[in-house]
Design a protein around this ligand. Structure first.
Ligand code: NAD
Ligand code: ZN
Length: 383
């Protein structure tokens, strides 16, 4: 027993809106102004941080931001110039982006009452989320995710991360954003590959949480592959809703336990991203991971062949290629061990019990998993 012990305990409520919108930067659109005003009387200083590829695809974005701030000067004051950062995984793998953000906070006196407004893909949102959470122990962050994957997953939750010495997401924090604005209009300029990539997270969360949504994804796979606006926007909204529900109701928003149902298919996905030196997009690697763990679930007798066939049809139907050279170099043993370490000691892998429900297991049959890899590599799934 210590000489004296004081049991410290307090609770804190987190609250942030996740909005789905169009033309957010139109001067007459009040959403961004209203969000900033939730912080009290303004004007509030706002540093825009923009993904270079978003800027290239939307060259008027800086002028539009300025016009917006001029129109709503009582609420927002832009910190100039905007910080333009490289898009994609490089923003997480090299220290430049995070460092430039820290430098700006120092040289322009950006404090905990100021805002960072990050506009970009999941990688930039993750990197700047990490920088904003650590500068001054936390600057208010408004996220404006601009990819499918960032709008339905990466940009809406409470995590951020950067990579460290080649290890994916090694440095990161749990930090709730001030608000999230998913503006669907950004998606029009996404490369085809990135349009498809984000659908993996919707298939993932549907398979573990919502069989009806999975059936919907299966039935709408052609419309999703064609990126028709109506199914795409529904897919993003429902996927985001399921992620948010999980974070709110799981009882473990900051992942202190070992179970990570939202990481279904991810134990190998992160390794595949590393092996391919990020040539594989996160969503593409997740699609392969879902396929691998679905085949394993079937061979373990947990899901039917019909379900397995529907999973394959959905993944391939929306446009994923499920065999990739990186799979050949995957060290299954090491990948599972790394995942266990990441969880904090106990292995916990999510498998499927049907379309819409999952089960955690603490052991993987390596010989069987090896067979699953061969099925995927050769494109000869169990039948
Ligand atoms: N924090 C989390 O909870 C979480 C969850 C899932 C994924 N992630 C992370 O998200 C990242 C993947 O995000 P992603 O799939 O958005 O990829 P990404 O950020 O790499 O974006 C893909 C490409 O599209 C470009 N781009 C972004 N928006 C565009 C637009 N509107 N028009 C044209 N080009 C645009 C980007 O610059 C990039 O080149 C990974 O690093 C992954 O680890 C984080
Ligand atoms: Zn993911």
């Amino acid at each position: 027993m210590p000489v004296r012990q004081i049991d410290q305990s307090f609770t804190m409520t987190y609250q942030f809106p996740v909005c789905f919108d169009r033309d957010t930067l139109a001067p007459e659109n009040p959403l961004l102004r209203d969000i900033v005003e939730r912080a009290g009387d303004g004007p509030h200083r706002v540093l825009p941080v923009i993904d270079q590829n978003v800027l290239e695809a939307h060259p008027d974005i800086v002028d539009r931001l300025q016009l917006y701030a001029d129109t709503h000067g009582e609420a927002l004051e832009l910190i100039e110039p905007p910080l333009i950062v490289r898009g994609g995984e490089i923003s997480k793998s090299e220290p430049t982006e995070v460092d430039e953000f820290y430098l700006r906070t120092q040289t322009q006196n950006i404090d905990r009452h100021s805002f960072a407004l990050v506009i970009g893909g999941g990688a930039v949102v993750d990197a700047i989320g990490y920088a904003a959470a650590t500068a001054h122990r936390g600057i208010r962050l408004i996220r404006m995710p601009t990819t499918v994957l960032a709008q339905n997953d990466a940009g809406i939750g409470v995590k951020n991360a950067i990579n460290y010495r080649g290890r994916k997401n090694y440095l990161g924090t749990f930090a709730a954003p001030f608000a999230v604005i998913n503006d669907f209009d950004f998606l029009a300029t996404l490369p085809a590959r990135d349009k498809v990539s984000g659908i993996a997270e919707a298939i993932k969360v549907a398979l573990i949480r919502d069989g009806e949504f999975f059936s919907w994804l299966h039935d709408n796979r052609e419309g999703l592959a064609a990126f028709n606006a109506e199914p795409t926007e529904y897919m993003i909204t429902r996927c985001a809703e399921l992620h948010l529900n999980h974070i709110r109701t799981s009882g473990d928003p900051f992942e202190q336990g070992s179970a990570r149902p939202l990481d279904f298919g991810h134990w190998c996905a992160h390794r595949l991203e590393e092996i391919s030196a990020s040539e594989l997009r996160h969503g593409e690697a997740v699609a392969i991971g879902i396929a691998l763990d679905s085949i394993y679930s079937h061979l373990k007798g947990m899901i039917s062949i019909d379900s397995l066939n529907r999973i394959r049809a959905t993944l391939e139907g929306v446009g994923f290629t499920l065999s990739h050279a990186a799979l050949e170099s995957l060290d299954i043993n090491k990948a599972l061990q790394d995942f266990r370490e990441h969880l904090g000691g106990k292995l916990c892998i999510t498998l499927l019990t049907c379309e819409g429900a999952a089960q955690e297991v603490d052991e993987i049959d390596h010989v069987l998993m090896e067979r699953c890899r061969q099925h995927l590599l050769e494109g000869t799934w169990p039948s």
